[in-house]
Ligand binder design. Structure first.
Ligand code: HEC
Ligand code: HEC
Length: 213
């Protein structure tokens, strides 16, 4: 008897066992309800047809090529310093992210990056929203596999709290469009903007499925 106090307890208090089960079930249900609200595309939903899954993954393979191109990845670095150029080297003079992504006191991005591109080569590209993602949600692309990046972007808690509609809208965001207008001498991403948007929409509308690797 003394060796199994837990067993003794449950045998002597069957009502408590039932209460425990009810409490666990209720908490479990409300927790799954909450996470469903946050789920942007229900990638685990078995209602998505096999054909849609295949089309979704194929569309993401195109999207991934753009995300990993220097025009996008340079602002989505693994560290806290932005990257520059087609070889994605660390930004000269090392401006850092700062809490809001806009730099720190003496080195704000907007000190150099104007609302529009500065004319000439090797000058700062411009946009009114020029910044890195914030410190508490870094949205790193650098070093991520296609699978890792797809899962991250579909995750409400890692994508800047975007639901499916907001993700679709984000492809129309001024900073994303900036990738195709980065000033003289900078190669655009590897496909036209309209093609990227079509692939982006298809990926998300067909389930936001992550590739196998
Ligand atoms: C000047 C820096 C900058 C450039 C260039 C840039 N981004 Fe971003 N990106 C950001 C910032 C800042 C955010 C966070 C703001 C937000 O979520 O609205 C962000 C957020 C995102 C997100 C949503 C978050 C996530 O990771 O799930 C996606 C997707 C994205 N960018 C795609 C792109 C693509 C595609 C390009 C290139 C065509 C690009 N970005 C170029 C700064 C940039
Ligand atoms: C002291 C001026 C200065 C500051 C501050 C600055 N930048 Fe830059 N940035 C530049 C210049 C100049 C270039 C162009 C360099 C070149 O092409 O040789 C550039 C280029 C870039 C590029 C490369 C674009 C590409 O696709 O190749 C990114 C990304 C970038 N800056 C992000 C930022 C971010 C984010 C901040 C703030 C955290 C910032 N910069 C702060 C001057 C600055």
């Amino acid at each position: 008897m003394e060796k199994v106090p837990g067993k003794k307890f449950f045998i002597q208090h069957p009502k408590l066992t039932i209460i425990t089960m009810v409490v666990v079930t209720v908490f479990g249900l409300s927790a799954s309800g909450l996470s469903r609200e946050n789920e942007v595309a229900d990638a685990k939903n078995d209602n998505i047809s096999q054909a849609d899954r295949i089309a979704s993954v194929a569309a993401f393979e195109k999207v991934y090529k753009v995300l990993m191109s220097p025009r996008c990845m340079n602002c989505h670095p693994a560290g806290d310093v932005p990257l520059q150029g087609d070889d994605s080297h660390l930004h000269t003079m090392s401006p850092v992210r700062g809490r809001d992504g806009k730099g720190v006191y003496a080195m704000k991005c907007s000190n150099c990056h104007q609302p529009t591109n500065t004319p000439g080569v090797n000058t700062p590209p411009g946009n009114p929203k020029w910044a890195l993602p914030p410190a508490d949600m870094k949205m790193v692309f650098e070093g991520k596999s296609a699978r890792e990046l797809a899962l991250q972007i579909m995750d409400y808690n890692r994508n800047g709290h975007k639901n499916k509609t907001q993700l679709i809208e984000h492809a129309r965001d001024t900073l994303v469009k900036a990738g195709w207008n980065m000033g003289e001498g900078r190669k655009p991403p590897p496909m036209p903007y309209n093609e990227f948007v079509a692939a982006w929409d298809e990926w998300i509308n067909k389930g936001g499925i992550a590739p196998g690797k």
